[in-house]
Design a protein around this ligand. Structure first.
Ligand SMILES: C[S@@+](CC[C@H](N)C(=O)[O-])C[C@H]1O[C@@H](n2cnc3c(N)ncnc32)[C@H](O)[C@@H]1O
Ligand SMILES: O=c1cc(-c2ccc(O)cc2)oc2c(O)c(O)ccc12
Length: 235
C-alpha cells in the first residue's frame, strides 16, 4: 500500500515524477517485505520524513555487498529502515553497532526486525553517538575492526563522527553519509532557504568541503535520496 503513496522527492531531480519513476521501476519491486513494513509503520510518525530514502537504501545495500561488510556501525537509527536493510544484507554472523538517542522510535521498527529474524545481529545503544564512538576507540582492538559505517543523525556532528569512524573503519572500508544535499538547499542562496533549515545547510556544505579535502578517502557524492557521500578509506 505504501508503494502507491507518492514519496516526496527529497532532492532536486528534474521532477517528482522522475523520482517516482525510479522508486516504482527499480526500488519498490526489489524492496523486501519487511522493509516495506517498516515504511508503513513509520508513515504516520510525525517525523516520517526522517526515514532513509528507499533509493538511497538500495544503494547502501549494494555497497554493503560490494565490500562484503560483516561488521558495521550506524549512527542515527530512528525506526530502523536503514538498520533493517543492513541487517538483511550482512551475513548471519554479522554485527551492527546501532546508536541513537531515541529508543522509542527504534521500538516501532523492532517487532518487524524481530519478525525478519535479524535482531541477533544488532547491538542497539541508546546514547548520543560521540561518547559511544570514543568508548569503542578506547579498545585498540576496535581500530580498523569495522567494514562499513552509515551516518544519518545530527548534521552538525558529521565531521566529529568522521574523525572517529576513520579510526574504526578499516582501510578499504566505506563510510557513508546521508542528507548531503539537504533537500537541494546546499545549492540555493541562503536567503531563499527557510530559516529553520539554514543551520544544517551550513553544516552540510562545510562537511562536504572538508570531506573533499580529506585525502585519506576516495569519495563519490551521489544524488540518491537526499544526497549521499560515499567515502572509501584508503589510508
Ligand atoms: C534521520 S533519523 C535516522 C533515520 C534512519 N537512518 C532510518 O533509516 O530511518 C536521525 C536520527 O538521529 C538521531 N540522533 C540525533 N542526534 C543524535 C546523536 N547526537 N546521537 C545519536 N543519535 C542521534 C535521532 O534521534 C534520529 O532518530
Ligand atoms: O528534517 C530533517 C532533520 C534531520 C535531523 C536534524 C537534526 C538532528 O539532530 C537529527 C536529524 O534529519 C533529517 C533526515 O535525516 C532526513 O533524511 C530528512 C529530513 C531530516
Amino acid at each position: 500500500m505504501a508503494n502507491r503513496v507518492p514519496e516526496p522527492n527529497p532532492v532536486v531531480l528534474q521532477s517528482d515524477q522522475l523520482y517516482q519513476y525510479i522508486l516504482e521501476t527499480s526500488v519498490y519491486p526489489r524492496e523486501s517485505e519487511h522493509l516495506k513494513q517498516i515504511r508503513d509503520a513509520t508513515a504516520t510518525h510525525p517525523a516520517a520524513f526522517f526515514g532513509t530514502a528507499p533509493d538511497a537504501g538500495q544503494l547502501m545495500a549494494m555497497l554493503l555487498k560490494l565490500v562484503n561488510a560483516k561488521k558495521t556501525i550506524e549512527v542515527g537509527v530512528f525506526t530502523g529502515y536503514s538498520l533493517l536493510l543492513t541487517a538483511l544484507t550482512i551475513p548471519d554472523d554479522g554485527q551492527i553497532v546501532a546508536i541513537d538517542i531515541n529508543r522509542e522510535a527504534y521500538e516501532i521498527g523492532l517487532p518487524i526486525i524481530q519478525k525478519a529474524g535479524v535482531e541477533h545481529k544488532i547491538d542497539f545503544i541508546q546514547s548520543p553517538a560521540l561518547p559511544v564512538l570514543d568508548k569503542l576507540l578506547e579498545d585498540k582492538d576496535n581500530e580498523g575492526a569495522f567494514d562499513f559505517a552509515f551516518v544519518d543523525a545530527d548534521k552538525g556532528n558529521y565531521l566529529n563522527y568522521h574523525e572517529r569512524l576513520m579510526k574504526l573503519v578499516k582501510v578499504g572500508g566505506l563510510l557513508v553519509y546521508d542528507n548531503t544535499l539537504w533537500g537541494g538547499t546546499v545549492a540555493k542562496p541562503e536567503e531563499s532557504v527557510p530559516v529553520y533549515k539554514r543551520q544544517w545547510r551550513k553544516a552540510t556544505i562545510e562537511f562536504s568541503k572538508s570531506i573533499t579535502a580529506d585525502h585519506r578517502v576516495e569519495i563519490s557524492h551521489v544524488p540518491s535520496g537526499d544526497g549521499v557521500i560515499i567515502c572509501r578509506r584508503i589510508c
